[in-house]
Design a binder for this molecule. Sequence first.
Ligand SMILES: Cc1cc2nc3c(=O)[nH]c(=O)nc-3n(C[C@H](O)[C@H](O)[C@H](O)COP(=O)(O)OP(=O)(O)OC[C@H]3O[C@@H](n4cnc5c(N)ncnc54)[C@H](O)[C@@H]3O)c2cc1C
Length: 413
Amino acid sequence: MNNWKSEQVIIVGGGIGGLAAALALARAGIASQVVEQAAELKEIGAGIQLGPNAFWMFERLDLVAPISALAVFPDNLIMRDSITGEEVTRIPLGAAFRKRFRQPYALIHRADLHRVLLDACRASSLIGLDAGQKVVGVDDKSGGVAVTTESGKTYRGAALIGADGLWSTVRQIVVGDGKPKPAGHITYRAVLPTADVPQEYRWNDMAFWAGEKVHLVLYPLRTGELYNLVAVFHSNRYEEGWDSYGDPAELHERFAQTCAPVRMLLDKIESWRMWVLCDRPPIKDWSRGRITLLGDAAHPMLQYLAQGACMSIEDAVCLADKVVAAEGDYAAAFLAYQQARYLRTGRVQIMARVYGEFYHATGVAKELRNMMLGSRTADDAMAGMEWLYDVPKELMQEISPRARGEIAREASA
Ligand SMILES: Cc1cc2nc3c(=O)[nH]c(=O)nc-3n(C[C@H](O)[C@H](O)[C@H](O)COP(=O)(O)OP(=O)(O)OC[C@H]3O[C@@H](n4cnc5c(N)ncnc54)[C@H](O)[C@@H]3O)c2cc1C
């Protein structure tokens, strides 16, 4: 092993992005130490959608089989009007979609995705995983990096990746741009056992009812054992906050004008968890010497394109590639990494806001949305997603011949 590879990289944050980074580095033979503030390494929350772009990364990380075993592969993405209940548009996700993007679209429980990453990290002798350590200080003045935690522990390494999410401490050291910006949108999330979902809504689709100033998402999880519900509405009541219990009365008030199926589904949930949605404007410079950022710490985005976690996994693979290419010159590698990523992630940040406007449109904007989306063919819809679901070619470069063979067979099927 090259010497530089054994000098560990410190990764602050053991969420999806931090674990993906540890794994991507380990797959390249590079040691890392993950430092997570929570008492236990785990994910809260409910479902997560995985675009075809994420599956290219799972190929790179050798995770396709464990992810596929836990994921649901939906038949369609469907948008309905939340007042009339009528379908506005759909993207079929079957053979034509898989042939076009050469990868599937999937739905998975966050905890399952995190567990797959964690198991893979635990299986690697190159990855150290410490929980219950909140990083409060960073020092990069002595040729390497050192982080100190609230409990007084110090970790030293060759470089540092801040994968510490929306409220990143490392970002304040590297960029120093204060708190993220609340979008004025609130999300309530819950999961429902399939037995509690009326038969006609037990679809194998990622479907949502859109507008006005609200939307409700319903899709299956865990091979159909559960249904994931995500209710979003506009409110300036909350300045900030994360993962607290929601107030069902406010939710029902906001959704009062929606069609009967939406209100019926909201009635099924007794306990919701609430997220106050925030993002930041895109930036192009999120590295300083041997320190860089990844995932939500670098480019937090609203969830309307369902891509925050997917982008963090793409970041991880790209970052490891750049470190290998720079043979351990971390400052050069981190500049190359942010250069490769900022336009793609910035585009997703901006377009996620635009999609939020479409989903919550009222008046003429809503009529226009229904007209424009309603007249699309499936081919038009897929063409509209190429910029996102086709990953940059350089991220595909390491795909194994075995995987390539499988993809070729599928594409010609
Ligand atoms: C409602 C909603 C729905 C979403 N749906 C999707 C979807 O369908 N598809 C998709 O791809 N994305 C989705 N996302 C986005 C996705 O959840 C995030 O982009 C992703 O989880 C970011 O991962 P991360 O590892 O960068 O950050 P996080 O998951 O926030 O992880 C950061 C970690 O760092 C730790 N940490 C923070 N500070 C410190 C510190 N000082 N010291 C040590 N540890 C620290 C935290 O405890 C946490 O474990 C959604 C987001 C929301 C809010």
